[in-house]
Structure formats: C-alpha cells, structure tokens
Write a protein that binds this ligand. Structure first.
Ligand SMILES: [Zn+2]
Length: 392
C-alpha cells in the first residue's frame, strides 16, 4: 500500500547546540545542530517546514516513565551528582548515562519533540525529528545512552489520537529493545527491528517475537545494501502490509552506516534514505526519528540528506562551500584524522556499494518468514480484521 507524499515537517531545537554527555562519551559530538545547519545552508527549510520542539511536561513524561525515576533524573541533573543507591537503581551518573548540565531539559525536549511529531503526523504530515530515537530508555531507568524513550512517546501520542494499528520499524544498529518491551502486551502496536547480531544489548534474536507482534532480524557484520533490499522486499514490507498501519514510526539510527566507530554494518546512506522513504509511505501518517550514530560526518550527511529526500529536494552531487564548512568543523575522538574520507566533507550521498548479498542473509529471511507465520503476527493482524468486520 502506498500513499501520496505527506507534507513534510522538521522538528528541531537549539538546545541541541549545547555540549552534552561530558567529554569522554561517544555522544559528546554534535549531531542534530550540524544537521539543522546543513539543511539551512542548502535552503531546505521552506515556510512552515521547521517546527521548534516543545519540552515534555512532567505529566507527559509520566505517560511511560515512573514518577520516582523522573524525580531522580531531575534532582541528579540539578545537583550534578548521584549517590550510589541512585546510580545503581536508575543507571544514572554512570559512564554510559552520565550527568551533564541540561541533561533533564535535553531529554525532556526529545520526548516533547516526538510527541509533537506524532501530533503533526496525525494531521497527515511526515514529521522528521532527528533528535529522537532514544529507543533503549526504560520506564524506571536509563539505558544505553538513553534517559527517556522518546519513540515510545511518539507511539503513545498516536494511540491517544485514536489510532489502532501502528507499526514501529527500527533501523538502528542496536536492537530496539525498550520500544519492543514497552508494547509487548499492546495489541495495537507491531515492531520490527533490524540490528547487528552480537551487539549490546544482545536481545532481539530471531526467535524473540515479544508478545507476538515483534519481528527481529539480527544481521551479520558487514550488512550491506543488497542485503537490506532483500529483507525489506521479502520480510519487512510484506509484514508491514499485513498490518495495514494507520501510522508508521521509524528509528533511523546512523550507526548502521559504514564508517561508524562503534558498529560494523556497511550500509550506504542512499540505501537507508530509500528504505525510510518506502516505509514512511506505508501509512497516511509517519514519524521519522534519528537514533544512534557515532561518526559525526556520516551522521550529519545521512540525517541532512534524509530530510532532503523526505521533503522532496534534489540531493546535490557536490556540496556548496557553506555546507562543506559545516562538515569541516566536525571533530571526533573515535575517528582518526586519516580515516576521514574526502567524500564525507564534500558530498551528501555515499557512493554505491556493489557488494553482493550473502547466503546467510537469505537464510535469515527464510527463517524470519517462517517465524512470523508461526507467531501471532498474522493471527494478530487477522484478529484486527475480524474485529473490524464484527464492528462494521
Ligand atoms: Zn544504536
């Protein structure tokens, strides 16, 4: 099923210009700010296309998170420190989830942005919120660099809007565990995650179907464009069509790209742009979020170009000087200077990767289809159809 192109909107905020995550953390790199700057430099924000993210209220945060955790994060952020009990109970003030000035406001802004994105999607827009995608956050604790779980809030806002069939697709290199688990008992939500096998949090095995409406596709290192095409065409899109979603929420972590220093997938941004476009077109409402991504050049090019594609712009073959300067300012402790490719500074679109698909990915496809048949994916979608028939 394909729908007409939805009117695009970019949800962003200046708060993402502030330093975050301290000094020695993979996310202590600028990501959303250079994406906004690059889009602006390319003239890609037309009238009404950029919307400032609101900050979620504490009442809104409590849609998913426990009040004691919300209080603990606010108090820890205000005092700048945690006691041992708080650190252990809430995973705050750790190497993984450090405290830094503005951490509460920043995390609450990403939640507010995803709620706003969902509201805009309900108006028939395709809402792009690259600061979102904190898919590991738990109701009562931080996890995997995520303090809150903004994709959960986008989905909850869609449910509050009255939708009954929402599809979540997670293309980040890590399993979308926090989102899958949040909706394991929710009959209105289906989740699909493509992620690198053997990577933290080491969940999301093929056999893991959550409450029956989860599909997990753990892929091998070096996962390439041809392999993504197979999984999309043969597994993800057919399963999505079974759901006939009223809205799609996508997490587009940039750590699935070749060149990411923490992960070992080998996708091009062009393949991921196409995947996101095809998935967003499955429903009359779409929320497109960011996620992980630890190479500031590949993150910025992917997410700026994703806005270009979603909003119908032509991707320039070569970037103008002002755009090159933005990429030229980026720095990373995790990428050696000699590994910074010329193309990361002068272009947006990656060169094609012609690598062939491997047999192990075809085996994964076949097993995933069998698994979805055994699990409740189809029964669940059939039950929806029966319910609607009975009601109508
Ligand atoms: Zn990730």
């Amino acid at each position: 099923m394909s729908h007409k192109r939805l009117a695009p909107v970019f949800v962003g905020h200046e708060i993402y210009r502030q330093a975050a995550y301290g000094t020695n953390h993979p996310l202590a790199i600028p990501r959303v700010a250079p994406v906004m700057d690059l889009c602006r430099a390319l003239g890609w924000f037309g009238p009404g296309e950029f919307v400032a993210s609101p900050r979620a209220s504490e009442d809104e945060l409590a849609w998913f998170h426990t009040v004691d955790y919300i209080d603990a994060l606010r108090q820890a952020a205000e005092s700048g420190r945690v006691d041992i009990g708080t650190r252990e109970r809430y995973a705050l003030g750790t190497m993984e989830n450090p405290l830094f000035p503005g951490v509460f406001e920043r995390a609450a802004t990403s939640v507010g942005g995803s709620i706003r994105a969902a509201e805009l999607a309900l108006e028939g827009r395709i809402a792009y919120h690259p600061a979102g995608g904190t898919h590991h956050g738990r109701p009562g604790r931080a996890a995997g660099f995520c303090y809150f779980n903004d994709p959960v809030f986008a989905i909850l806002a869609l449910l509050k809007g009255g939708l009954e069939r929402v599809l979540y697709v997670d293309l980040d290199a890590h399993h979308g565990d926090g989102v899958q688990d949040a909706f394991a008992d929710e009959a209105r939500i289906w989740t699909i995650s493509i992620h690198e096998q053997g990577r933290w949090p080491n969940t999301g095995a093929l056999a893991d179907v959550g409450g029956g409406r989860a599909c997990n596709l753990p892929v091998p290192r070096g996962f390439n464009d041809a392999e993504l095409a197979i999984l999309l065409d043969d597994v993800v899109l057919p399963l999505a069509n079974d759901v006939a979603p009223q809205a799609v929420v996508l997490t587009c972590g940039a750590d699935a790209l070749a060149g990411d220093p923490l992960c070992s997938m080998a996708l091009t941004n062009v393949a991921l742009w196409s995947a996101a476009e095809r998935l967003a077109a499955l429903a009359p409402a779409a929320v497109v979020l960011g996620g992980g991504g630890y190479n500031p050049w590949t993150v910025t090019r992917y997410w700026a170009g994703l806005w270009g594609r979603l909003s119908g712009r032509k991707i320039p073959a070569s970037l103008p000087a002002e755009a090159r300067a933005i990429l030229g300012w980026l720095r990373s402790d995790l990428v050696d200077d000699e590994d910074v490719r010329e193309a990361w500074l002068t272009t947006l679109a990656d060169a094609p990767n012609e690598a062939a698909a491997r047999d192990e990915v075809r085996v994964l496809r076949d097993r995933a289809l069998a698994r979805a048949g055994e699990a409740q994916w189809r029964q669940a979608t059939c039950a929806v159809a029966v319910d609607e028939g009975a009601a109508g």
